[in-house]
Write a protein that binds this ligand. Structure first.
Ligand code: ZN
Length: 447
């Protein structure tokens, strides 16, 4: 069975004016304007896309799913990163397995409805009751059939040793490394088309010991998985690194053996010109998180300089305690808007912003099989209807998607299967999921 997604209103691909053909789980053919499919198909179904904008499925490269339980959290409101974290750590320490499962499912559903087909998550909280957090996330992702890159996060530097998180939220290094290895063996599928991949993600310079940074990178190299961490997010972090390690965050990253093309960093804001050149040279990926950077007053990522230097630049909604939503198409708009405060309007175009969430994000995750509409790529697609008042009168449909503020996909395909139809996820009772999720959030605040 093949499907010709015919005559889209606009498509984010060259030479595909009359759409694309999906065969099985792959993109089989691009059809030029005025042409018909040329391939031989036993049965070719036609899907009329004449009122839809077609783009590659969006890819989110940084999130903390559990934070959907602490959106707009009163003790953390209107605070910058360090005080914000200190307000939230004690709440997060009370997370239960049921909360992880429910929050992961809700975050994934939210992303999916916004046109996201691959989601990376950074989970770094493993209190005693939550040793199987990643296992629960794998389960949630399987239930929604969304592609994931789950990172086994970690914290090992508690307050007693000069770190930021309370001692009760950190783990022993060996426990972390043993569990990382177990998860890689149990879940990491390195192949093209993979639905679940693992990466190792010590949380940040101010919550992880130097030794764990080195050992995590070593373990990741041995098993050919990627490494991820928060870096250069705030001036507080730079001050912490200077005081604790006697060097700036990027020098520290290099010092612990992380400057390579298997690493992608969340935020990457406070780099100087020399540091950007070094990052680009090493092809370290950067996940730009515009909303979070605005909410926490962290600063503006130098996306275009990083990209020019050679770093892949992807996009992330970041956790829902600092966004506080998981809407990836809205994040594309945020990236364009914040970018225009730093760059000329003709430099930070709507297409540039879309490229962060598609090809750039795929590169951050080391994936050549997703993020682009091209022959042989995975059939991961997002289609948007421009049928709301906000789009009425728009001239360029692709620009309208970003400029008019699209916020929900009409249809989403992952691996050749429709995962969103007419703005809904088939077989998911969203109201029931929200009822459960809301009650768990209430329980978390008041436990
Ligand atoms: Zn984060």
């Amino acid at each position: 069975m093949a499907i010709w997604i015919k005559n889209p209103l606009a498509i984010l691909a060259e030479n595909a004016g009359n759409g694309i053909v999906i065969k099985g789980d792959k993109i089989a053919e691009l059809v030029k304007a005025g042409d018909k499919p040329k391939g031989q198909y036993q049965k070719l179904e036609t899907f009329d896309a004449s009122d839809l904008v077609l783009i590659p499925g969006l890819i989110n490269t940084h999130h903390h799913f559990y934070q959907t339980l602490t959106r707009a959290c009163p003790p953390a409101l209107n605070k910058p990163l360090f005080p914000w974290l200190k307000a939230l750590y004690p709440i997060w320490a009370r997370l239960t397995p049921q909360m992880i499962k429910s929050s992961s499912k809700l975050a994934l559903a939210e992303l999916l409805l916004s046109g996201c087909t691959t989601a990376a998550d950074h989970h770094y909280l493993f209190p005693a009751q939550l040793q199987d957090a990643i296992d629960h996330q794998v389960e949630a992702a399987k239930e929604l059939s969304i592609r994931t890159v789950l990172t086994r996060g970690s914290m090992s530097l508690g307050e007693d040793d000069g770190g930021l998180p309370p001692q009760s939220t950190v783990q022993e290094e060996q426990t972390i490394l043993d569990d990382s290895l177990r998860l890689i063996k149990d879940y990491h599928d390195p192949d093209d088309g993979s639905m679940v991949q693992l990466a190792l993600a010590p949380c940040s310079p101010f919550s992880v010991s130097e030794n764990l940074m080195r050992e995590s990178s070593k373990l990741a190299r041995e098993h050919n998985v990627r490494t991820h961490t928060h870096l250069a997010e705030t001036h507080d972090e730079t001050d912490f690194c200077l005081k604790m390690f006697g060097m700036r965050p990027l020098d520290y990253l290099e010092h612990v053996g992380w400057m390579n093309d298997k690493t992608w960093l969340a935020h990457g804001i406070h780099f100087d010109d020399n540091e950007i050149a070094r990052l680009g040279n090493a092809k370290v990926g950067i996940c730009h998180c515009p909303s979070s950077n605005m909410v926490l007053s962290s600063g503006i990522c130098r996306t275009l300089e990083l990209k020019k230097a050679g770093s892949p630049v992807g996009l992330g909604v970041d956790g829902s305690a600092s966004n506080d939503g998981s809407n990836l198409i809205q994040e594309v708009r945020q990236a364009m808007m914040i970018g225009r405060l730093r760059y000329e309007a003709d430099e930070m175009t709507h297409l540039e912003a879309l490229s962060f969430a598609t090809k750039g994000s795929a590169q951050c995750l080391g994936r050549g099989d997703i993020g682009e509409i091209k022959v042989g790529a995975e059939a991961d697609l997002a289609l948007f209807a421009l049928d709301e008042a906000r789009f009425s009168g728009a001239g360029d449909p692709m620009a309208a998607l970003v400029l008019c503020g699209a916020h929900k996909a009409e249809h989403v395909m992952i691996k050749g299967e429709w995962r969103v139809k007419n703005g809904e996820i088939p077989e998911l009772d969203m109201n029931e999921l929200m009822r459960e999720h809301k009650s768990l959030a209430h329980q978390l605040y008041h436990s």
